[in-house]
Write a protein that binds this ligand. Structure first.
Ligand code: SAM
Length: 294
């Protein structure tokens, strides 16, 4: 079966046929560039025994190609109008199951379990994400990272740059740390807004996330580690000392204690959070645990 949907003419024709307009509030920007579509599917590196979960299939453009590569595909789409369209565009693709629902509400563990992991089967999660919820989707992917072998997602270029950012720049922040802590991150391609219909205001990036077997640093208390990071970035232009001083993360500890844990962690108190690496935050979090438990 050949792919016919990834072009402006075909996508417009199918929307017209069903009397549909793309909904901005659902982040509906359909991929209309064949070359990019093929690149994405090639990057996904799907084997014949593999299972693919697609987030937001839309009219089924990428789903068709995924189904040609994988053993089984499940595609989760919130818009009932798109589910109707896919009855036509995915007709004949016996290995695809379209799930009508909200990806954020989906029980991923249950779904993955229903697709038995046998032999060399890999689980891939692929999606041209609806950008209005790309951050909550990322959190869900982090929470469920053990469910997937590979994750390939398209999202706003700015968000992708924030995710992969290193310390020292404006893009580095709690999102970079949270994702990098659990996953290896890589921007594969930056993609022009012209590859989508309707044309979005922002450019996109294709990213690969590979769940790590172990987090990038070992910390004594993960909850405190993330709380400390959140407080350290509360006001980006302030020093880490001032941000911690103004937060409740250290309970009733005073400035003396904050200075002490910063010194013990070898972090100058004049530094801003955006210059502090994940490893340094790990050390700081462990010294904080020691302080709070002594
Ligand atoms: N995969 C298609 C493509 O590349 O042409 C469509 C991508 S479009 C950027 C995002 C899709 O996600 C839309 O079809 C939209 O209806 C769907 N969507 C939006 N919110 C969703 C949610 N919470 N759960 C599942 N799908 C959602």
């Amino acid at each position: 079966m050949k792919n016919e949907l990834a072009s402006p003419v075909q996508t417009s024709a199918i929307l017209k046929k069903y009397g549909l307009r793309a909904k901005k509030r659902l982040g509906q920007n359909f991929l209309i560039d064949k070359n990019i579509l093929h690149k994405i599917v090639d990057y996904a590196n799907i084997g014949r025994d593999d299972f693919v979960l697609e987030i937001g299939p839309g009219i089924g453009t990428m789903t068709q190609l995924l189904a040609q590569k994988a053993a089984e595909v499940a595609a989760v789409e919130i818009d009932d109008r798109m589910v109707e369209v896919m009855k036509e565009t995915l007709d004949g693709y016996q290995n695809v199951r379209v799930i009508h629902g909200d990806f954020l509400q989906l029980d991923l563990t249950e779904l993955m379990r229903s697709y038995k992991k046998e032999g060399h089967r890999k689980y891939h999660i692929v999606g041209n994400l609806p950008y209005y919820i790309s951050t909550p989707i990322l959190w869900r992917l982090i929470e469920n990272r053990e469910q997937a072998d590979t994750i390939l997602i398209m999202l706003q270029k700015e968000v992708a740059r924030r995710i992969t950012a290193e310390p020292g720049g404006k893009e580095y922040g709690s999102l970079s740390i949270a994702v990098q802590y659990y996953m290896e991150t890589e921007i594969l391609e930056e993609i022009s807004h012209n590859a989508f219909l309707p044309t979005p205001e922002v450019d996109s990036a294709l990213m690969r996330l590979a769940p790590r077997k172990e987090p990038v640093v070992k910390v004594k208390d993960e909850k405190l580690f993330f709380e400390l990071i959140r407080c350290s970035f509360a006001q980006r232009r302030k020093t880490i000392f001032n941000n911690l001083k103004n937060s409740r993360v250290l309970g009733d500890k005073d400035n003396w204690d904050i200075r002490m844990i910063l010194t013990e962690s070898n972090i100058d108190r004049q530094r801003r959070a955006e210059t502090i690496s994940i490893e340094e935050f790990g050390i700081l979090a462990d010294h904080t645990v020691d302080l709070l438990t002594n």
